[in-house]
Every structure is written in structure tokens, then in C-alpha cells.
Design a protein around this ligand. Structure first.
Ligand code: ADP
Ligand code: MG
Length: 825
């Protein structure tokens, strides 16, 4: 094929691949006609032929699919393009777009009158229209990328041209320092321009093959060394000039570059003499090849990515244009430019994240909810009937919930309070308000045993007669529904829910999955749901008839995560413990002090208390962990505490078995409970006063704090003993932090700082889109993104102006699973 044909062949094939839907080129094939014609003139094709081609493409958008096919075939024939039809015309939309990836949707095709049949539109309305010859086109349309390399790239998550643009370097080597040979210093990363003097392959002492190349510039000579890799001699011949980059090392007291990068100096330098990108690689994809490919892709395509941030927003955000960021992130001109590019790309991610989160919040706030209003006197009486005085934090939270319930919009609140801060009663009072108004409420716990425990507490709190002698609810109005509920009881409960007899239902998450019908469910409380993400909550809300939602979590959530994972919720924070609680005393014990720890347990048991021993995380997996815990329990029972009862709970047990052991422990049938880390020790055992954590250095701060929260729930002084795996890790920062403070919030901030959000709560697990550039702990940037996102919605709640069209599309691509996305109401 001639050059012209080659250039257009890929486009035509793509159009065929897309089923002649006029999407291979932004603006349609008719637009392509213009460039094609000027190219054809330049290629000195006959004028008659040119006008014929123009005529064939001019009306392209008005043609039927079959006519389009014919027309492309004919044009192809005129230009000498073959093979247009070889590709099946089957729809390949999934292939050409990859909604799972972070993508910026380009300006969507305008739905003008000229657009042929609506039917065709609807089938692909979510699929971004290809922009100027498809940013969403498969990478195989790029010259130099065949089917094989395309398949290899796919292993890096790259399918489209856009994916390639967003395949960022992992890091950079700074070879921008051009130096003469006589000024090299050991350890420096440098680039030199020099002439190859001598090339030899040696085998010193019958060791590995060594390729030695001597180069020289006007100031001196330098040795380059490769082990094996004799292929470099194919290119490196005496007499040629090259640019060489690497780190100055030492070989027998002389400077040397081991395995340096090199390239001819007359070419565009991608591997030397600049800040060089280091990409993630996979088999068959070399750094050099990828750099070369990226270089041409970036320089052609980056400027064709439309910037979905209007200029005014770019100014406010203080970011560089997207096109520039995309160029600089791959081939930076300076360290400063890398920073600017990273800042822009990170901002984009957090901004899109915030736009989605706030959209959820607004959507929810826009809904109508049933208001529930109670008199002050009513609430005061209920509070006075409690067995204890509420803390100020509890009072504040209740006031906030009461205000939410009284508004005409569904409540959407996160109640955050450290373990033991008394969240349950706050939720109960909230539910009571709704029940007082004649509706029903439900509380969901993550496990059966926690549901059971909540049920017992709530039953007591709501059905005991108050001071005026009457109880708020009757026992048959408060029910528990779990996997263990008998069939007969279940039937009765389901009936009661339907006819309104049951006012308050406690259960597991199965509640929302089961076909449970309520007469009038108006409030849902979700306990300990830090793993429920924005998207899951949205799904939950869409179930009931806009019920009021209260999410409770004991995992202290740093501010940054409040803005993201829980960014769609209002937040109540309970930062105060009920009076009279003694803080848990936390100590680090060296492994050789274990005997003292056992004595402490012994002593506490003698006083009538109980102890937990958490067995450490074992890397080999749950099976190993279980085995280790089983052995530990045996040793403890037989050798250390033969006169006490040592229970065991581990992750391989069935839920019912686990619950049985936990209940037995709570009822005092065991003195000591050995548990693996996989077990959520979520129950309230006020009598337990010792928490021993073996291999403590293997746990994260948040988890250590959760474990510690299992003791100190009663009146007695409690202890948390952290035993590191080995002595030398006793200095572990996390363990030190644990002994320093009991404040879960402080620890959470520390945790996030030490580990980064990926580990703190995996973004996937937290139900957040993948972030490639942004750091969730970057509170400053996060707040900026938040505030700008709020400004955008304030100015244009529907993002309806044309200026925001690309932005709206970008949100949809960033949040592929958000229900009702893009339709702020
Ligand atoms: P969490 O926030 O961990 O869910 P709970 O609601 O289980 O905490 O409360 C922990 C314990 O504290 C329970 O035994 C509860 O009865 C008790 N409690 C709650 N509020 C108070 C209070 N204001 N004064 C004293 N004890 C309280
Ligand atoms: Mg609780």
C-alpha cells in the first residue's frame, strides 16, 4: 500500500469494525473527507479521483449501514486500500471502550437532527464516541502496534489509545545532567555524549561474559560494562557517537557505567540525556519499546484529549492544562514539570471522586422523606428512663439525628464513635422517634451474634417500664431475624412486619437481601459498616421507600476518608467515653516476658475476669493460621493453664460454631479465649479485662485498636498486652503509638500516615474507583477538590451547560457503577 493508503486504512478498518456506525472519527467520516482530500492533493493524486472520493464521503452520515459499507469499499478501492472488509463487522464496542479504567470521556457526539435512527444511538449511548480518530480506538490502530503487542499491552490494562496515555511511568531516572567525562562523580546519574573507541567481549577468570566498551569525549575516557548481553556489540561499533546514561559506579577504583542506556545522538533522545520515564512492564514489552511507542502516542494524542476542566476551573484549581500534563507526565522537561503534571492528574481523580460523591449526597437530599417530629418532653422522658446519664457527645448526636428526622428529606448520617462510646443507645433513640410517629425501623449488624447482642440490649431498653409504669414497646414489637431464626418464628415475624405489629427489627445484612416486606419502614441503621462503600449505600437506599439511614462505625475515620468513602454522608462524631470508664492500660511485653503476661491473666481470672489471646497473622494463609492457633490453644490449655478453661475460635469454623464459642465465653464458660485474627471479635464481654495480642507488630494500628476495644467495657481496670514477634521489632512505631494513646482518631490519622490509604482501607474494598495518581491522604488537595466540586454544583446543579458536558461524561466513566449517575435531581 502507498503511504496515503496506509494512513487511512486503519481508520477505514476501524469504521468497519464498529459496524459502520460513523464513530471511527470524531465528527464523522464526512469530516475526515476534508483531511483526506488535502492529503490526496499533497500525494499528487489525480484531481478527478480526488473529487470522486470527496463525493463518496460527503453524505456518509445520511447513508444506511449497507450504503456506508459500499461507499467505504469504493473509496478504499480508489485509494488502493485493501482488506477493509476482512474484519468482521460484529460490534466490538466493549473492546474499544473500557469503562473499568479511569478515562476522561471526550466530547460526546452531538445528537443533531442529521443523526440517523435513534435506535442506533440508544444501543451505544453509554459508549463514548470516538474522538478525532478514536482515543477509544484499540491500540492496534497505532502504527507499530500489531495484534501481538496489543495483546501484551492488555496485560498492563491497556486496550485503547486513551489507556496508553494514562499508563503513567512508575518513576523517572534523571539523566538530564549532561557531563564531560572528567567531571563524573561516583553515584551520580549522568548522561555523556562520547565516541566509541573500543569494543571487546572478555571472559575474566572464566567467569561470565563481559562486554567492555571504551568511550571518550574531549576530556577523557570511560569504561562501559555489560555482563553477558553481547548483543550490544551489534550496534556499538568503534567510531560512532552516542549518548550514554547511567549511574557512575566503581570498577577496580575506576569509574564505570554498568549496563548503561545508550542511543544515537542524531535521534530524538528518549532513553538518555533527559528525565527518562520508567514504565511498568510485562513480558514482551521492553522499556525502550514502550518509551518509543509512548513518545509518538503522546506527541500526537495528548493534545487531542479534550480538557474537561473549563478554563475558569483550571485557574481556580491552579492546575496546568490536561494536554500539557499528559505530555509532561511521560516526557518531563524538568522535575518541576513532573510535579505540576502529577498535581493536575491527581487533582482530576479527586475532583471526579468528589463530583460523584457529592452528586450522591445531593441526589439523596433532593428526595422527599417523611418527617418525624417529637416533643422535647417526650424525648426527655425517654432519656430519663435510661439506666445512665448520656454523655454530651451522645446528646449532640441525638440532637443531630432528631433534626434530620424532622426535616423533609431522608436522613443520611454517619455516626462515628470509638468502640464503647455508646452508639447503640443513640441509634435506639433515633429509631424510637420514627416508631413514635407510627412507622417501623430496622437495625442491621454484620454477624448473627452481634445482631443477637443488639437485640438483647434493645429489647431491654425499649420494653422495660419507665418511671410512669408504662413501657415504650411490647416484646412482640421488637424482634430478631437471623439465619438461626426458626421457620415458625420467621413466618410470624414476617407477618408482623407486613401488618405493622413489629415495630423494630434487628437482624443481619440478609435483611435487605431477603424478600422481607415492611408495612412502613422509615429508618434503617447499619452497624459497623466501614466496608460499605458509596455505591453499596446508594444501592441500599434505592431499596426502601427513601428510609432515613444511619450508618454506625467504630473504625475511626480520618478526615480524608470522611470526605471520600463517606463523603455522601453527614457526620456525627462521638469523641467522648461514658463517665467512669477506666482507660485500658497498654504495654509492650518482650517475648521472654511472656511468663509475666500469663501471670497477669492468672491473677485477673482469679479476680473473676476473663482474657482474650489473639493469635498473630500468619503469612502462609488461613490454614496455617488456624493450625497455629489450634496448637497454641492446646499448649495453653495443657501446659500453661491446666486448671482454667481455654476456648478457641478461628476462621475455619462455621459461623454458627463461632457464635456458639463466643456466647459460651460471654456466659463465662471459658476463662480464656484464643482467637485467630480472622475472627471479628465483635461481641461485648464486659467481664473481659485482658487482651493479649501475639505477633502484635504484624497488625495494623486500626486493627490493634479494635482488638483493644474489646476490653475496658466494664468497670474494672483492663489491660492490653502487645507481644511483638521478636525483640528487635519491639521498637515498632505502631506499638509505640498504641501505648501512647487510647484515642482512636489519633491512631487512625497515624495509621493513614504510616500505611497510606490503600492499606488502611483498600480503595476497592471501600468501594472507591481506582486512583492512579492521587493519594487519598492528601487532605489539602482533597479539600480543594471538594470545595471546587461543591462550587460547580452550586453554579450548575445539573451540570447542564455545554461547558460541563465533557465533565459530566468523565464523572460517568469514573463512577461506572453509581446508580442514577449523571442525573442529579
Ligand atoms: P459502641 O459505641 O461500641 O457500640 P455500645 O453502644 O455497645 O458502644 O455501648 C458500650 C457500653 O456502654 C454498653 O454496655 C452501654 O450500655 C454502655 N453505655 C452507653 N452509653 C453510656 C453512658 N452514657 N453511660 C454509661 N454507660 C453507657
Ligand atoms: Mg456497637
Amino acid at each position: 500500500m502507498n503511504a496515503l493508503a496506509e494512513k487511512y486504512a486503519k481508520i477505514f478498518k476501524l469504521e468497519a469494525q464498529l459496524g459502520y456506525t460513523n464513530r471511527a472519527v470524531y465528527g464523522g467520516m464526512q469530516k475526515l473527507a476534508l483531511t483526506l482530500l488535502s492529503d490526496a492533493r499533497e500525494a499528487a493524486l489525480a484531481e478527478t479521483l480526488i473529487s470522486e472520493v470527496g463525493a463518496k464521503l460527503k453524505n456518509y452520515e445520511e447513508l444506511t449501514t449497507e450504503q456506508r459499507r459500499q461507499s467505504l469499499l469504493e473509496v478504499g478501492k480508489l485509494l488502493g486500500i485493501s482488506g477493509i472488509e476482512k474484519l468482521p463487522a460484529a460490534a466490538t464496542m466493549q473492546r474499544v471502550s473500557s469503562p473499568a479504567d479511569f478515562e476522561i470521556k471526550v466530547q460526546p457526539e452531538k445528537t443533531s437532527q442529521a443523526q440517523p435512527p435513534k435506535r442506533r444511538m440508544s444501543a451505544s449511548s453509554r459508549v463514548p464516541a470516538a474522538s478525532s480518530v478514536g482515543l477509544d480506538a484499540p491500540v492496534s490502530v497505532i502504527r507499530g502496534i500489531g495484534e501481538k503487542q496489543a495483546a501484551n499491552l492488555e496485560k498492563l490494562g491497556v486496550r485503547t489509545i486513551r489507556d496508553l496515555l494514562y499508563l503513567f511511568p512508575r518513576r523517572y531516572e534523571d539523566y538530564s545532567q549532561l557531563k564531560p567525562i572528567n567531571q563524573l562523580h561516583y553515584g551520580e546519574e549522568v548522561t555523556i555524549i562520547a565516541k566509541v573507541i573500543d569494543v571487546q567481549v572478555l571472559r575474566p577468570n572464566r567467569g561470565r561474559l563481559m562486554t567492555e566498551v571504551i568511550v571518550s569525549d574531549t576530556t577523557g575516557m570511560l569504561r562501559l560494562l555489560w555482563f553477558n548481553q553481547t548483543y550490544v556489540t551489534r550496534y556499538l561499533k568503534p567510531g560512532i557517537f552516542i549518548s550514554i546514561s547511567g549511574k557512575v559506579d566503581n570498577y577496580r577504583g575506576r569509574p564505570v557505567l554498568y549496563h548503561p542506556d545508550y542511543e544515537p545522538i542524531d535521534q530524538q533522545q528518549l532513553n538518555t540525556n533527559r528525565i527518562v520515564p520508567i514504565y511498568p512492564l510485562t513480558a514482551q514489552i521492553t522499556q525502550r519499546w514502550l518509551r518509543k511507542t509512548q513518545f509518538s502516542v503522546v506527541h500526537y494524542w495528548a493534545e487531542r484529549v479534550p480538557d474537561y476542566l473549563p478554563n475558569s476551573l483550571q485557574k481556580l484549581a491552579e492546575v496546568i492544562p490536561l494536554q500539557e500534563a499528559l505530555v509532561q507526565i511521560h516526557f518531563p522537561d524538568s522535575q518541576e514539570k513532573i510535579k505540576q503534571a502529577q498535581y493536575r492528574l491527581a487533582f482530576d481523580e479527586l475532583f471526579l471522586l468528589q463530583l460523584g460523591v457529592i452528586q450522591q449526597k445531593r441526589q439523596w437530599q433532593g428526595l422527599e422523606g417523611t418527617p418525624y417530629i417529637v416533643e422535647d418532653g417526650w424525648l426527655t422522658e425517654r432519656i430519663e428512663n435510661l439506666p445512665y446519664a448520656l454523655t454530651n457527645a451522645q446528646k449532640r448526636a441525638i440532637a443531630e439525628i432528631r433534626a434530620d428526622l424532622a426535616s423533609r428529606h431522608p436522613m443520611n448520617r454517619l455516626l462515628q464513635g470509638d468502640v464503647g462510646s455508646g452508639k447503640t443507645i443513640v441509634a435506639v433513640l433515633g429509631m424510637s422517634i420514627v416508631i413514635e410517629g407510627g412507622a417501623q425501623a430496622a437495625l442491621m449488624a454484620p454477624t448473627g451474634i452481634l445482631a443477637e447482642q443488639h437485640y438483647q440490649t434493645i429489647l431491654k431498653l425499649t420494653t422495660q417500664p419507665g418511671r410512669n409504669g408504662t413501657a415504650f414497646l411490647k416484646p412482640n414489637q421488637v424482634r430478631l431475624l437471623t439465619g438461626d431464626t426458626s421457620l415458625a418464628e420467621r413466618r410470624e415475624i414476617l407477618e408482623g412486619l407486613q401488618d405493622g405489629t413489629v415495630k423494630l427489627l434487628v437482624g443481619t445484612h440478609a435483611l435487605i437481601e431477603e424478600p422481607v416486606t415492611f408495612q412502613n419502614l422509615q429508618m434503617v441503621v447499619v452497624d459497623e459498616q466501614h466496608r460499605f462503600g458509596v455505591e453499596q449505600r446508594a444501592a441500599l437506599r434505592s431499596k426502601g421507600n427513601n428510609p432515613h439511614l444511619l450508618v454506625m462505625t467504630a473504625t475511626p475515620i480520618p478526615r480524608s476518608l470522611q470526605l471520600t468513602i463517606f463523603g455522601d454522608l453527614d457526620v456525627s462524631i462521638m469523641d467522648e467515653m461514658p463517665a467512669g470508664r477506666l482507660p485500658v492500660e497498654t504495654r509492650i511485653a518482650y517475648p521472654y516476658e511472656r511468663q509475666n503476661v500469663y501471670e497477669l491473666i492468672e491473677e485477673q481470672v482469679r479476680q473473676g475476669h476473663q482474657a482474650f489471646i489473639i493469635y498473630p497473622l500468619v503469612e502462609q494463609g488461613e490454614n496455617e493460621e488456624t493450625k497455629a492457633a489450634v496448637e497454641e490453644q492446646q499448649t495453653l490449655q495443657e501446659e500453661v493453664f491446666p486448671h482454667l478453661k481455654v476456648g478457641l475460635v478461628h476462621g475455619r469454623m462455621k459461623p454458627a460454631e463461632k457464635d456458639a464459642v463466643m456466647l459460651a465465653f460471654r456466659n463465662g464458660e471459658y476463662d480464656i479465649l484464643v482467637s485467630t485474627s480472622v475472627v471479628e471479635v465483635g461481641v461485648d464481654v464486659p467481664n473481659a479485662t485482658v487482651m493479649v495480642i501475639e505477633g502484635a507488630d504484624r497488625f495494623g494500628l486500626a486493627q490493634l485498636h479494635q482488638f483493644r476495644g474489646r476490653v475496658g467495657r466494664g468497670e474494672a481496670q483492663s489491660y492490653c498486652i502487645l507481644i511483638p514477634e521478636r525483640e528487635d521489632v519491639a521498637e515498632n512505631e505502631r506499638l509505640a503509638a498504641m501505648t501512647r494513646t487510647n484515642d482512636g482518631f489519633e491512631l487512625a490519622e497515624e495509621d493513614l500516615r504510616q500505611r497510606g490509604p490503600g492499606d488502611f482501607l483498600g480503595t476497592r474494598q471501600a468501594g472507591l474507583p481506582d486512583l492512579r495518581m492521587a493519594n487519598l491522604a492528601d487532605i489539602h488537595l482533597l479539600q480543594k477538590a471538594r470545595s471546587l466540586a461543591e462550587q460547580v454544583y452550586a453554579a450548575d446543579p445539573e451540570l447542564g451547560s455545554t461547558e460541563f458536558e465533557p465533565l459530566k461524561a468523565a464523572i460517568n466513566q469514573f463512577w461506572p457503577e453509581l446508580p442514577g449517575r449523571g442525573e442529579v435531581s
